[in-house]
Write a protein that binds this ligand. Structure first.
Ligand code: GLA
Length: 345
């Protein structure tokens, strides 16, 4: 694997953001910045061997700083929404910073996606590792506890990579990390509807009008949201009449080695298989993109032009006692992993 580093741009206090580039033997090119622990570019060969840009991203730091779309970013401390931006632990209520009218979304205005992470590169015989670390101080965005966060990208020459999310705290707190890559396996020549999607999920979480879970899971079998088998989204009239922005409940009872999600583009032949330890996956069809941002190769990112597959714990778990817990206590280790495998067929 070939690896090189380039400067991305200067932040406040003269600190410099970098991008780490990985060129794999089987063709995958992955670029990751320590600004936001962000996947800034991902290229995969199509059937003809031509490299296709399959994630939304920018060539310069400024555009990331000016964008509210979380392109490729690591999300924390808490991915997705927390009702009223608040939760209670041991009788003490914490008011988080709100960045939507009634909720905190993706860790607040200045969440992990806007932090400069310390980067260390390890080159091993079998893989290359980029370890990104950030110490989130007590009360940052309102969250309790000093939180030591580590996000590790492990990259293999076989067009695959893993993201490991780890954290430790010195006070009880809630954590839920994710990655917010916007995938388009046609290279943004066709929209989300031209993709085939499979999600190994038996339900999705019902939402209220503030896009917060009601606590109820709706079963998917036999409905338009049944993605047990690879399904062409446009055939289901998704995303136009059924724009996707739901947390699917991954079938963890399924002991098969099948992926938790698959995204495929019939024209380029590019297939992404995702495996995760997380209980949920937020499938989001870029409903808020509006063509206002232009990225790699002059592409302007339009509404419904990409699919995000954000593996995560369920939204608003701190306020939903029935959901799997996101509480992290001192002395405990938070660890979640998501693996991404690409192939072209
Ligand atoms: C997530 C949410 C969406 C939206 C995007 C960011 O996917 O579920 O509702 O907020 O992030 O634009």
């Amino acid at each position: 694997m070939k690896t090189f580093e380039s400067c991305f741009g200067k932040l406040a206090y003269e600190s410099m953001a970098h991008v780490f580039h990985f060129k794999c033997e089987q063709g995958m090119e992955l670029s990751i910045s320590n600004y936001g622990a962000t996947i800034t570019a991902l290229r995969i060969p199509d059937r003809e061997g031509k490299l296709i840009d399959i994630v939304a991203g920018f060539d310069n730091l400024k555009d990331y700083q000016n964008s509210d779309f979380y392109f490729g970013a690591s999300i924390g401390r808490y991915a997705n929404r927390i009702a009223n931006g608040s939760f209670t632990i041991d009788g003490k209520t914490y008011q988080l910073e709100k960045n939507e009218k009634r909720t905190q979304l993706h860790g607040g205005e200045d969440g992990f996606h806007r932090k400069l992470w310390d980067a260390t590169l390890f080159k091993n015989p079998d893989n290359t590792i980029l370890k990104l670390q950030y110490l989130s101080p007590d009360q940052e965005a309102g969250f309790p506890g000093n939180l030591k966060a580590t996000i590790t990208f492990t990259i293999w020459d076989t067009n695959s990579f893993a993201i490991d999310y780890e954290a430790e705290t010195d006070q009880a707190t809630h954590v839920n990390f994710s990655n917010h890559s916007y995938f388009n396996l046609s290279g943004f020549t066709e929209d989300a509807g031209s993709h085939e999607l499979a999600v190994d999920a038996f339900g999705y979480l019902e939402l209220n009008s503030n896009q917060l879970p009601t606590g109820k899971m709706i079963e998917t079998p036999g409905t338009v949201f049944d993605f047990y088998k690879l399904t062409l989204l446009s055939e289901r009239n998704i995303p136009n009449n059924y724009p996707l922005d739901y947390c699917f409940v991954i079938d963890k009872t399924d002991s098969s080695k099948d992926p938790d999600a698959i995204l495929y583009h019939p024209k380029t032949g590019i297939k992404l298989r995702i495996f995760t330890t997380q209980p949920g996956i937020q499938v989001y069809s870029s409903n808020f993109l509006d063509g206002s941002m232009t990225g790699h190769q002059g592409v302007s990112y339009q509404k419904h032009s990409a699919i995000c597959l954000e593996t995560q714990h369920f939204p608003d778990s701190p306020n939903q006692p029935e959901f799997p817990s996101t509480l992290l206590l001192p002395g405990e280790k938070y660890h979640q992993q998501t693996r991404y495998f690409f192939e072209t067929n």
